[in-house]
Design a protein around this ligand. Sequence first.
Ligand code: ADQ
Length: 493
Amino acid sequence: MNRLIVVSNRLPFALDSTGEDLWTVTPAAGGLVSAVEPVLRERGGVWIGWPGSAGEIPKRALADATRDTGYKVVAVALSETERDEFYYGYSNGVIWPLFHDLQNFCNFEPAYWEAYKEVNEHYADAIARCSQPDDFIWVHDYHLMYVAQALRERGLRAALTFFLHIPFPPYDIFAKLPQPQRLLRALLQFDLLGFQTRRDVRNFLGCVRRVMSDARVVPRRELQLVRFEKREIRLGHFPIGIDFDSFERGAMSDAVARRSQELRARFRDCQLILGVDRLDYSKGIPERLRAFRNALERHPELRGRVVLTQVVVPSRVEIPRYHEFKQRIDRLVGDINGRFSTSNWLPVQYHFRSLDRDDLLAHYRGCDIAFVTPLKDGMNLVAKEYCACRIDENGVLILSQFAGAAEQLKTGALLVNPYDVEEMADTILKAFRMSDADRTARMKRMRRGVRDENVFWWVDSFLRAGAKLAARSAGFRGRQGARHAKTPSAQRI
Ligand code: ADQ
């Protein structure tokens, strides 16, 4: 196997300064890390990314943090302005909300695009410095959509692959972006573009057809084909999975069994409903709380019989919108608990913190209903992790129809529209009343799917598609000759 180079905005841990030359290392939360880390740990390779703190990279702290990873880590430094304009600005203030159909949350500040390109150039430089001819270069996610263009401008001819973890929006929404053509042109410099779902591939192709008059879409049965600037770009959907065995094994451990029993013992006669999310407006947390409140209002049989445990992992709290969003959640929790609690029943248990792995697994194992209702989500791994941890083959999954995971889990989950508070409330009642036989039949189907299409299956299918293409494009580009090489760095690559 060729060496794997993973490139993502963040490394799988964050370095935070706690004083002069003192640093803490915190594992990064989030779907990309949960999916990619086990793969690199197993097969080795290189991970290129930013350690999360602006300014110079603290070399000793980085070396300490990466000693036992099993793969090499290359850190990219960002200045404070770059962090503000590239990371908080274009990536999380424009692309993130727009690609989740939340265009009113976008701040289309022109300087952000310039910063985005510049920082993508830093990543391209890091790739150029450390890559060798046979490496498999795999760039991840919406922060780095310009990297291939930057590498092509440096003369790199090797195959470049990209996976988008978040949804790709339909044309009417994508067209709001001030740089639709420049962004699509940049993406079409990759050789393989991977998306989470068929819907995302369809949306991307729709945008290419409408925006790029000199690109030709050639429909294919498996990988779609786009011809552009004498190149062939392949596209496909590769739904990301989880390390099923590791979640299942973890859920079976004594420590998790004990913690999940403790959790259950605290709420004896209640069914436990679980919400677990990063703090993000795309996850539909206020809508979920409103649905829970609506369920308690309209279905009195639920009062005193259900508890919603909502865990929110702090994320991007430096962005004012996220701060306001947290206050909204706090108010809703206060309102529900103020209105409905009794001397021995508190309807919402709210935790604003990250859980350690055993605790997270204990919640998955111990809760009767998972309530996963993002307004839109590339995939949503929480839904899959919940199924993997239900070793008793029980438990109900209520899932947003707008999560990528709905495409694979629809045969077992109760699908809801996360904007329809009453429908969600009625679905809570349906889940609450569901028989054990029905729960088991549904959970078995979902577990089979999550087990078969796990994270290693995801990586294999992506790498296999990429490897075929690398062979093909090496021949194709070989015939083009070296005349595209523009800069001295091209020789190094
Ligand atoms: P995220 O938006 O981060 O990922 P998600 O897929 O739900 O969303 O992954 C969250 C991850 O964080 C899960 O693996 C979960 O275990 C972990 N996590 C959540 N709450 C936690 C807690 N309280 N304590 C500890 N860990 C917690 C992005 C896209 C998704 C896509 C993934 C992967 O937005 O749509 O599924 O990438 O491609």
